[in-house]
Write a new protein. Structure first.
Length: 202
């Protein structure tokens, strides 16, 4: 018997019993027909990636040094009051993605900070949104999601005191802290220079 859709013409008084995914037919003449149709499983296979081995302390330090070197003296810029990364910052995102690519066994905290101007809750929300925007931009450049963690600190960790133009510029920033997989994330402010990546345009 072939496989595929079937159409059965059942006479008066015949009964049809279905069990599981097979079938069994009886008719008034006592004949019986049974079978098990072929079932094709077209569900895609789900690939399971092996867990990364945690990086050594030396590897973490090396990755952190490289990240610091990429962002030193540069800025990740956003449109004013938003989490939209400006086009001018795309080359910096590209450079960061290239630097992070070989940093296996690490997790990078992408920390967003704002200045002290405005509502504290709004600043917290903005810092979280900007950190997430940077993570999404890096993921779009093929950095594994598992290696990135976005966190917003709002105005709780200012790099400079006060609300002068210089202080505001220094406080609006994105910082990067590298740690080994499974380890507690270090304080980004302690690992990344405060002037490395001020996020301008609040």
């Amino acid at each position: 018997m072939g496989c595929g859709p079937f159409r059965f013409l059942i006479g008066a008084g015949a009964t049809v019993a279905l069990a599981g995914i097979g079938y069994y037919l009886t008719d008034s003449y006592g004949g019986a027909h049974g079978g098990q149709p072929a079932i094709e499983n077209n569900a895609p296979e789900v690939a399971t990636l092996p867990a990364e081995t945690p990086a050594t302390a030396e590897q973490v330090a090396s990755c952190q040094t490289q990240v610091d070197g990429v962002i030193k003296g540069k800025t990740i810029q956003f449109d004013s009051g938003t989490a939209t990364i400006k086009a001018d910052s795309v080359p910096l995102i590209d450079a960061l993605a290239t630097t992070l690519a070989p940093c296996a066994g690490t997790v990078v905290e992408v920390a967003g900070h704002t200045d002290l101007v405005g509502d504290e809750a709004a600043n917290m929300t903005l810092s979280e949104a900007r950190a997430n925007a940077v993570v999404q931009a890096l993921v779009a450049k093929n950095v594994p999601t598992s290696r990135l963690a976005a966190k917003g600190y709002g105005e709780t960790k200012p790099a400079q005191a006060g609300e002068s133009e210089a202080a505001n510029s220094a406080n609006r920033r994105i910082e990067f802290a590298v740690s080994a997989v499974g380890a507690a994330a270090p304080d980004a402010a302690a690992t990344t220079p405060a002037t490395a990546a001020p996020a301008t345009g609040q």
